[in-house]
Ligand binder design. Structure first.
Ligand SMILES: Cc1cc2nc3c(=O)[nH]c(=O)nc-3n(C[C@H](O)[C@H](O)[C@H](O)COP(=O)(O)OP(=O)(O)OC[C@H]3O[C@@H](n4cnc5c(N)ncnc54)[C@H](O)[C@@H]3O)c2cc1C
Length: 582
């Protein structure tokens, strides 16, 4: 049992980076590289050595823009189309222009990318239009390589500290963060001139069909704390109704990795073994077609490899069972699923927020700035769509470099010390009760309600009921949640982020009265896109009543024009019976 101790210390730094997964280490490294005198702290709830979505490794870069294969203009166009036009192109374009130099930098760290016989990067086509997927044969080394760089740049690392709330100054500028030690419950207040949030997706929002709280697709430590902290600090969050929903391996709930298998000839197929979508690139429309196939009675849906030569399947297995999720091979071996013989059953995942795979995130501009001065966000929790791992690295770098310049112009913002006392009371409340409801039961209840009422297709009445049920659970959470040790306290705090995200998901989904992004925002009463009224961002902030408040925000004028005939490219993915038979 991790005993609860009392204690409060305060430190200060120029730049505080919260979240040591993917974007965070790069933000810290780049800030220190640009200004070696800057005092940079990297704070992580787990341990930076093995934390975040890439903790075990990664199969490849999903969205590399490499000269000779793709151009920044083409990529920006592809992402604009894939995201149904709801994109401020400046951050996407900037990513596309910068990401090649980040690949070269990662290469110099010792992360090897696949090359062809001529020594050029061996990029594969998975997206609908362009060619962007770059395999990483030794992708299991990513974290180690990053850690070496963090040590080299002498970044101050604080492991096992969970950030709970941001501090803001009287002028609204960010002033730092309040954190709790996950092993002792001691408090740490970090004053900072700039804060970069890199806390990943909100991955524990829906409940996996396995019923396991931590059996999520996303890294299970990513409980939406970043989204909740930005919300409570007054930042705007964009398009939260554009959920993340993924095609995953049934029961295992990990990616089936059609991206890896596709270039070898693998594809997503129905129960008859027929291909029904042209392109396995994850988009809302791809998920809608997957859903339609299940509804049509032709499900389950599978990843099909059993038509390939045995040597090809072995090569695919070598990647899928070693690099990213080594448990996958064991899972299928225990089930007796031989990829050479049997198709691999897939299903539709629980919902989450994640810009890395869809678009829902804290609103940022092309410098990774949020709407709160001095507060930055990068990676899966920032609103740059379809960003994936290379987006986290590249925009983390953008944030680190911009923040370290910003801090030269400002001093520490003054915050109200009462904010710390109030946060201590909020955090410790579950430890002050004699008895009550354990956090895991509250979490289970919220996430079951999320599945019952928020999983698309979205129905207005269900989402309104969700809001009522969430309010009741919030009441239990505020008055009866009970934590016995500091580990349970961390779970209790995560539960509070999860219910904030659930409330935000319902409010944002009710606000946008149209359907967009395929299954991600399929509203039964409002079928079809309504560009006249809804070709805009929805921006969610914390209202004066303490509840989510929503407004529309214009899409910034496009930098790269999209022709009328190109706009619907991702809507033309279904393969019809006659084509499948060809
Ligand atoms: C299973 C899976 C497979 C994927 N495969 C690919 C692929 O093949 N190619 C590709 O390009 N992309 C892939 N992605 C996407 C890619 O991994 C992510 O987009 C990227 O790693 C996100 O980086 P991030 O820094 O935003 O989040 P993360 O790397 O998840 O880091 C977030 C960090 O924040 C920490 N944290 C959270 N809350 C707090 C708190 N309150 N206080 C302190 N720390 C906190 C977490 O512990 C974590 O370390 C995959 C993702 C997953 C989940």
């Amino acid at each position: 049992m991790d005993e609860i101790r009392s204690g409060l210390s305060e430190v200060q730094c120029d730049v505080l980076v919260i979240g040591g997964g993917t974007a965070g280490p790069m933000a810290a490294i780049k800030a220190r590289k640009k200004d070696p005198k800057a005092n940079v702290i990297l704070l992580e709830k787990a341990n930076v050595k093995r934390s975040g979505a890439i903790s075990m490794g990664m199969d490849g870069l999903n969205n590399s823009v490499i000269p000779g294969y793709a151009t920044p203009e083409q990529y920006t166009k592809e992402i604009t189309i894939a995201n149904d036009g709801i994109v401020d192109q400046a951050p996407v374009y900037k990513y596309a222009q910068n990401c090649f130099s980040i690949i070269q930098e990662l290469d110099s760290y010792g992360i090897r990318f696949q090359k062809n016989q001529n020594g050029d990067f061996d990029v594969k086509k998975v997206h609908h239009i362009g060619t962007y997927v770059l395999p990483m044969p030794n992708g299991e080394t990513v974290k180690k390589a990053l850690y070496r760089q963090l040590r080299r740049e002498r970044v101050l690392i604080s492991n096992r500290f969970m950030a709970t709330r941001l501090l803001t100054g009287k002028d609204g500028r960010v002033a730092g963060a309040i954190c709790v030690n996950t092993r002792s419950a001691e408090f740490l207040v970090i004053r900072a001139k700039a804060v970069i949030l890199c806390m990943g997706a909100a991955g524990r929002l829906g409940l996996p069909t396995s019923g396991y709280l931590f059996g999520t697709y996303e890294n299970a430590a990513n409980s939406g704390d970043g989204y909740a902290m930005a919300y409570h600090a007054g930042a705007g969050l964009a398009n939260l109704e554009c959920y993340q929903i993924n095609p995953l391996i049934k029961d295992y709930n990990g990616p089936s990795c059609a991206y890896v298998a596709g270039p070898f000839g693998g594809y997503t197929a129905n129960n008859e073994g027929n291909r029904f979508i042209e392109c396995d690139y994850w988009s809302g429309q791809m998920m809608q077609e997957f859903y339609n196939e299940l509804q049509s009675g032709k499900g389950p849906v599978f990843l099909k490899l059993n038509h390939l030569a045995p040597e090809t399947v072995s090569e695919i297995e070598r990647v899928l069972h070693i690099v990213e999720r080594p448990t996958r091979g064991r899972f299928h071996a225990n089930r007796g699923t031989d990829y050479k013989e049997t198709m691999i059953e897939m299903h539709i995942s629980e919902i989450g927020f994640c810009s890395g795979h869809s678009a829902s995130g804290v609103y940022v501009d092309e410098f990774a700035r949020t709407t709160v001065p001095g507060l930055y966000a990068a990676g899966d929790m920032a609103s740059v769509p379809h960003n994936y791992m290379l987006g986290a690295f590249t925009n983390g770098a953008v944030a680190g470099e911009h923040a370290v310049d910003f801090v030269k112009e400002v001093n520490f913002a003054d915050y109200d010390p009462a904010a710390i006392t109030a946060e201590q009371e909020r955090v410790l409340a579950p430890t002050k009760r004699e008895d009550g409801i354990p956090p895991n039961q509250i979490e289970y209840k919220i996430r079951r309600l999320v599945n019952d009422y928020l999983q698309p297709p979205k129905v207005t009445r269900k989402m309104e009921l969700a809001q009522k049920r969430f309010a009741e659970v919030r009441d239990d959470l505020n008055t009866a949640m009970y934590a016995r040790d500091s580990h349970e306290l961390m779970r209790a705090l995560e539960t509070q982020s999860i219910i904030d995200c659930a409330d935000m998901a319902a409010a944002a989904s009710l606000f946008r009265t149209e359907s967009r992004w395929g299954l991600y925002h399929n509203r039964v009463e409002y079928p079809g896109r309504d560009d006249e009224n809804w070709f805009c961002h929805s921006i969610l902030t914390k209202g004066a009543d303490g509840k989510p408040s929503l407004t529309k925000k214009e899409i910034a004028p496009y930098i790269i024009e999209i022709e009328e005939h190109e706009r619907d490219a991702y809507y033309k993915q279904r393969i019809h019976a006659s084509e499948a038979a060809e």
